[in-house]
Design a protein around this ligand. Sequence first.
Ligand SMILES: [Zn+2]
Length: 427
Amino acid sequence: MNEIKDYVVYPDNIEIYTPPTMPAKQDKFYKNLVYVASAVVSKVCIRMGSKIEKINMDGLKPPYIVLSNHTQFVDFLVSFRALRKYNFNNIATLDGFVGMAKIMEKLGCACHRKFTTDISLVRAVHKVLHEYGDILYMYPEARYTNVGTTTLIPDVVAKLVKKNKVPLVVMIHHGSYLNAPFWDFRQYRKVPFRSTMKQVLTAEQVQEMSVEEINEVIHREMAYDDYKWQKENNIKITEDFRADGLNKVLYKCPHCMAEGQTVGKGIHLTCEACGRKWEMTELGEMKAVTGETEFSHIPDWYEWERECVRKELLDGTYKYEDDVHIHSLPGIEFIDLGKGKVTHDLENGFIVSGHYNGHDFRVQRTTKSLYTLHTEFLYKKLGKSDNFDVSVKDDSFYCIPTKKDVVQKLMFATEEAYKIYNENPSK
Ligand SMILES: [Zn+2]
């Protein structure tokens, strides 16, 4: 995958445990346990109730594939209610196993390192569908949505569907992002949860269609925009903390172009560089307190930021350099590697370097090998930090930046650099 790694040398007394890549059959006791937990969480977190609508699902029996959007942890629990009658296996990423390895294994989760190429994933999918005859449940975006809209779905998902010749179901959760947006997921807003579970392709259609046609169906059916859904359904979010932390994703001021100077607090987002202020309305729109509103729809603001990063990459002004605190994840325990450095640019991709256990290390993920970047906000496992991680085949490096609100921009830069590279591979 185009990685250069001067290995981190771990002391002999560190035990590295990696969960199995082959999923076990789902354990009924644990499945029922999570089902009960789901009911309790629904009462606590989803105070306005959760409803699941099933479309074209009559008579559908496993094996089949479910692709789902991912907005917060509660989605995972809702899936247990939706698939109450059947066994299903999740494709989960390694970080999901931290502190929960046993239960994840008992639930039949297959372990996969995020955004790396891994042939064992293909074998795991085959085992679930064709050996167990069960349901394969996947979050093809492999992350929580940052602003309630679809994030990148790699084309390989369509290939996986085509290869396995089973029906395709898409599950879309609405409301759960608005309830606990990723940038402030510790505070719950009162929002109804509405999920749809729809068979979008029969096994026969999968057989007949090309990978490109299946890909088109996946992108069409997986499209969602929770702010649009909120307005269409006139859902008012009256909590007076609704803009807390919004600066993590709306990090650039469209008035003075300053970055990392916005502050989301209460119902307002304010730019500390120029003083411009916007109110986040009860319908989730942004409204300038004085003067013209640049972007009322949050995803439009977000996509404008992406465009700005793309321009910087194309005109050669983009470069990220920062002192970071690095934690690695070779297995399911984080290891503190101490202070280090990260650089990111179009030419070299990511380079993470540092010194640990008496040895220097240097890890690189090139632009062409990384189509997106995993980001975390308020990540409890690493001191409630905002961070991003650069993964290679057998290790992941979680970097906590010194600079404020840079994580979102790095994600845009990774995705746009990858696209630019593919438009012009001689880069
Ligand atoms: Zn400003």
